[in-house]
Design a protein around this ligand. Sequence first.
Ligand code: ZN
Length: 362
Amino acid sequence: MLKAKLITNLREGRIPHAQFFLGPRGSGGLPMALAYAQYLLCAEPGPADPCGSCPSCQQMEKLGHPDVHFAFPIFLNDRNRTCTPVLPDWRDLVMREPYLDAALWRDRQEGENKQLRMGVDIAAEITRQLSLKAYAGGWRVMLVWLPELMDAPAANKLLKVLEEPEPRTVFLLVGHDADAILPTIISRTQLVKVPALAEADLVRTLRSRFDDLPEPDAQAAALRSAGDLLEATALVEKGEEELFILFRDWLRACYALKAQDVVEFAEHFHKMGRERQKGLVRYGLYLVRLSMLIWQRAGELVRTTGEELKFVTDVSHLLTARNIAGLREELEVAHQHLERNANPKVLFMDLSYRMHGLLKQR
Ligand SMILES: [Zn+2]
């Protein structure tokens, strides 16, 4: 709705000199501002969306349009006081997580001084970039991310630029905390209030981010995160990490076949609930498939890292031409049985012994 309204304004030639996209964390102010910039610069925009294929759109997809400049907070230090040197990192992060917040960006950077700020040198950088002629001869965009983290001298410098608008130049400010910004800056911008994501949108986005994420899990994460996509994504990732640890430790117990451990796992799984049990088995299947790729010397297709990669590599050493199909089949059958309401404790006990037999079949 909001996007449609922005685009209608734009099509009707109402292009404010400066807009402030204000919304809570994880609500998508940044992707919205970027979409706005893309539409503004698109050579052949459609009624509701940019074309997506003109040179300008292609440059925007990579956040590399020469007439779109970015300013954002950094770790100010003696070596670096401007955005340009860290722009590739920031761009890379935005492409991976357009809903990013200051914490994600902070984690991404190295430095002793872990405080993100925009100092006066960044304000000077903004002025300098706007003193250049537009590369494509059309609109220029200056996107300022998290203006609330500007020092007072920087904010005053930005205010001067906003007070003397240049022709065909659009400022897009994107932030979460209007109270931390000079009121005079706010008064120079048109406020665009970005609401938290609606539950249905959040569920849809989560399911597009995570293959195989069951609807109830997506809904639970959406509800718990109150419209914050970053939070919801973290919840799903945490849930997946827990599943990973469970599956890994369970498979190790199967291999060693310590009776007590196997019983304890089966009891724990029993209490998890049907959806999560199915999620565990699906996740296990995914891991086994990765192990198979490594075993088949197609490891370049394995897109995982860290503990997960270590585990699937370990498992690949246990695979043989004799057990490989069986391992997969056992998990597939277990999933089917869970769907048909089999008793989970019995099922997992049984499965543990079968997995043991297969893993030891050298
Ligand atoms: Zn286009």
